[in-house]
Design a protein around this ligand. Structure first.
Ligand SMILES: [Zn+2]
Length: 307
């Protein structure tokens, strides 16, 4: 049987929020089968829990925010991406402020935290949302058109195309395909950092965004070049970060997908629209488990081995 997974022990990190600039502590804790991933605002007089779901996403300006009433957690996508990449199903995320720490701007620190705590199998089957028909969302037209699509696929594959008219981005790959069956999420995707342009920083700061951002947690570019002295971590780090983000955004569904995700110029907003369209299209998917691990997609039984 393909089983659900959680952490073996708890783990802890301290950092600042990318947008809020606020100091924040997070504690990742094991959770029972079928809990899903639940954020808990432990800094409030009464703890407020926010279970991830497509409809818990309340804002997608520069990051994915989830909310329960007025209580929010911003920038959940990199931690969610690490959970998707390591196939962690059940987790409590205790957090002391309204934004997940940015750490190094990628998912690598979260991968390290999860792997250090250890990942264990649980006595319940892993439930996947398996696409049976294609679901698609589009926005705009012509050169500025954006789209995102989920199609039937025995496994989980993501292909992404960006189209940034910038010399530093142009020089790198603008398209990438990643398949979960490769087992190489931690090595090939997780280290890709978020990126931004100096010309946008003033505008973002005026809106109270990017207050915690800098060269130690983002790739920063002026009109011509990358300003980080150490350069890029991957030749195609930009588009790989878009895959990283998409994996996090899509994991907010609450269950892993069996699908081929393809997108052009998509972002947090369109990724969430895609999930909402998926939920509306109840004819386009089914929930499946694998009693016989042999029938699971290639490589899936081996993902994120127990420590
Ligand atoms: Zn990101």
């Amino acid at each position: 049987m393909l089983q659900q997974r959680t952490l073996k022990s708890l783990t802890h990190a301290v950092g600042v929020g990318l947008h809020s600039g606020q100091r924040v502590e997070i504690t990742l804790r094991p959770a029972p089968p079928d809990t899903g991933i639940v954020f808990r605002r432990v800094d409030l007089p009464q703890v407020v829990e926010i279970a991830v779901s497509a409809t818990a996403v309340s804002d997608t300006t520069m990051a994915s925010t989830i909310a329960s009433g007025n209580v929010k957690v911003h920038t959940v996508e990199h931690l969610m991406s690490a959970c998707a990449g390591l196939s962690v199903d059940n987790l409590y995320v205790d957090i002391t402020a309204e934004e997940v720490p940015i750490l190094d701007g990628s998912a690598a620190s979260f991968v390290f935290l999860l792997q250090s705590a250890g990942i264990v199998m649980q006595s319940a089957p892993r439930r996947f949302v398996r696409l049976t028909q294609t679901v698609e969302v589009r926005e705009g037209s012509g050169a500025t058109e954006k789209w995102a699509r989920l199609s039937p696929y025995h496994g989980y594959q993501l292909s992404f195309e960006i189209d940034f008219d910038h010399p530093a981005v142009d020089a790198t790959g603008q398209r990438v395909v990643f398949d979960m069956s490769s087992g190489s999420y931690a090595k090939d995707i997780a280290r890709a950092r978020t990126f931004g342009f100096t010309k946008d920083v003033e505008m973002m700061r005026a809106k109270g965004l990017a207050l915690g951002g800098g060269l130690d947690n983002a790739i920063v570019m002026d009109d011509y070049k990358i300003l980080n002295a150490e350069g890029l971590r991957y030749d195609d780090e930009f588009v790989k970060h878009k895959i990283l983000d998409a994996m996090g955004d899509l994991y907010l569904l609450g269950k892993p997908l069996l699908a081929h995700y393809s997108a052009r110029r998509s972002g947090h907003a369109l990724n969430n629209l895609l999930l909402r369209e998926l939920l509306r299209r109840t004819d386009a998917w089914e929930v499946v488990t694998f009693e016989d691990a042999e029938r699971a997609p290639r490589g899936f039984a081996q993902l994120a081995p127990a420590w």
